[in-house]
Design a protein around this ligand. Structure first.
Ligand SMILES: [Zn+2]
Length: 259
């Protein structure tokens, strides 16, 4: 995840800076560190930091978004709360594929699962494996679990990427996916929009190809994954959402049929 996309928007829109160059530079993935953090009512469930305020994030400068301790944003904290409260991921050892791994989650998953835990990214030089989601270098059924947050919207041929994710998941395995998601509409996608500037105007991000909607489970079913939409509002109480700074967000819990 890039922490300072806004700073580069001018050069991105003009075509001077492309997506792959930007994501290939480690410094853009580095967690911002504030000089001093005043303790307060906000608590990060990932790193445990207590703070009066979190840092701003995103093109709109969303307040109280980034944890000053581990760099997590709202969706990372929701994913972590789900994984630790509702799955046995931190009690059992699994073969895990984690795409575009969030540093805060990676730091905690790697020690638990060791070499069975593999991070993959198309451009990030720090990933274990550099590969494209539409051509995964793993045999069929290799992984028990896949974690993929905010990656599919960056892939032009997302149906192929979903099929690849399903292929490398073992029968009976599960995946948690997160994407920009609007449950009130169908997926919004215009394949004629081919410049970062046009995509920024349409989707709010220069490198996104779509905003997913309520038909996403149908797309995943075509790939062989049975998906259930889980809303943050149903997973967490209002108190927990406030305390951990989790916003209205959605997870897709996917299962591949079989044993
Ligand atoms: Zn944190």
């Amino acid at each position: 995840m890039l922490y300072a996309l806004g700073r580069h928007l001018g050069r991105i829109a003009s075509g001077e800076l492309d997506e792959r160059t930007l994501y290939a530079q480690s410094r853009h993935h580095r967690v911002p560190r504030p000089r001093r953090v005043a303790p307060g009512v906000l608590v990060c469930p990932i790193c445990g930091l207590s703070a009066r305020r979190f840092l701003r994030f995103g093109l709109a400068g969303r307040r109280n978004a980034v944890c000053p301790g581990c760099g997590s944003v709202e969706r990372h904290r929701l994913l972590w709360l789900y994984l630790t409260r509702s799955t046995d991921l931190m009690r059992r050892r699994y073969r895990i594929l984690h795409t575009a791994a969030e540093p805060a989650l990676q730091e905690r998953l790697k020690p638990r699962h060791g070499r069975r835990y593999v991070t993959l990214d198309r451009d990030d030089p720090d990933a274990d494996i550099r590969a494209d989601l539409t051509r995964l270098p793993f045999p069929d059924g290799h992984f028990d679990v896949i974690l993929s947050s905010h990656v599919l919207e960056h892939v032009r041929d997302d149906q192929l990427a979903m099929a690849e994710l399903a292929r490398v998941l073992r029968p009976g395995g599960w995946a948690v996916l997160m994407v920009p998601f609007d449950p009130t509409s169908d997926t919004r996608e215009d394949r004629t929009l081919d410049t970062p500037a046009a995509r920024l105007a349409a989707y709010g991000h220069p490198f996104h190809y779509r905003i997913y909607g309520r038909d996403l489970p149908d797309r995943l079913a075509l790939a062989g994954l049975a998906a259930r939409i889980l809303a943050a509002d149903r997973l967490l109480t209002p108190h927990l959402k406030r305390r951990h700074r989790v916003n209205a967000n959605f997870l897709l819990l996917c299962r591949k049929a079989g044993q």
